[in-house]
Design a protein around this ligand. Structure first.
Ligand code: SAM
Length: 249
């Protein structure tokens, strides 16, 4: 039966694509891509000549219906986006929902995502995290969101545009406080890759000089209580024992 494959592609480094992704992209009848010109470069790099059609936020409805027709006619389709995993702050959700509702099989071909790549190297707690998508561009919306998330017990992960990073970091300092641990992952897997972390004040100061360029993930550590590692039982017992052993004052 025909399948809709949700295929992850590189977030910068062309080598970050799985063998399975390359095979599926070769085998399907059609690849739906956010930007066909952009994706053509990746595909020609790997000698893949499969037909491409545009599927982006402006034609999701109409194109989604056409893609479902193709799938129902027995042709498999791969969905890719400009970078990383489709449907993660990228088009895809509507098509996936439409296909699942119609009983068409939807299969993940997993791979890179800036979200998981950044989390994996940021050095902030990552056993629990909350992905918030793009930071709202407007000041008021940004401040309201940050205020609502101030006491969050999970690491917060945001996508951010380079020209807005400075304003966002200033808001982080003001709302989450000067001491909150923050990390900025910039241009992951690319030539000018950078991971800068420290207190909100340090990170804000670092990016306050010069123009910020490239693609950015902003991470904010949990509020102190949530961030403190839970003490394991033997350590707690040892500590209690030590406290009892203290000589009388
Ligand atoms: N679907 C993609 C994914 O799975 O990562 C995300 C698409 S979203 C439209 C693009 C945003 O992801 C960028 O603005 C940036 O915040 C982040 N991003 C993408 N590539 C990145 C990279 N190489 N380094 C840091 N952030 C990146």
């Amino acid at each position: 039966a025909a399948t809709l494959y949700i295929v992850a592609t590189p977030i910068g480094n062309l080598e970050d694509i799985s063998l399975r992704a390359l095979r599926i992209l070769k085998e399907v009848a059609l690849i739906a891509a956010e930007d066909t010109r952009h994706s053509r470069k990746l595909l020609s790099h790997y000698g893949i000549a499969t037909s491409l059609v545009a599927y982006h936020e402006h034609n999701e409805e109409a194109r989604g219906a056409q893609l479902l027709n193709r799938l129902e006619a027995g042709q498999s389709v791969a969905l890719i986006s400009d970078a990383g995993t489709p449907a993660i702050s990228d088009p895809g959700f509507h098509l996936v929902r439409r296909c699942r509702a119609a009983g068409v099989s939807v299969v993940a071909v997993p791979g890179p995502s800036a979200l998981t790549a950044a989390l994996s190297v940021a050095g902030l707690p990552c056993h629990r995290f909350a992905f918030e998508g793009f930071v709202p561009p407007r000041k008021k919306a940004r401040e309201d969101l940050f205020t609502a998330l101030r006491d969050e017990a999970r690491t917060l992960v945001f996508y951010e545009a380079p020209h807005r990073l400075r304003a966002s970091l200033e808001a982080v300092v003001g709302i989450f406080g000067t001491h909150r641990q923050v990390a900025v992952a910039r241009e992951l897997t690319k030539k000018h890759e950078e991971l800068f972390s420290g207190s909100a004040t340090e990170v804000s100061a670092h990016f306050a000089q010069g123009e910020v360029r490239g693609e950015i993930v902003l991470l904010i550590a949990p509020a102190e209580k949530g961030a403190a590692p839970r003490e394991d039982v033997p350590t707690a017992l040892e500590r209690l024992g030590a406290e009892q052993d203290l000589p009388p004052a």
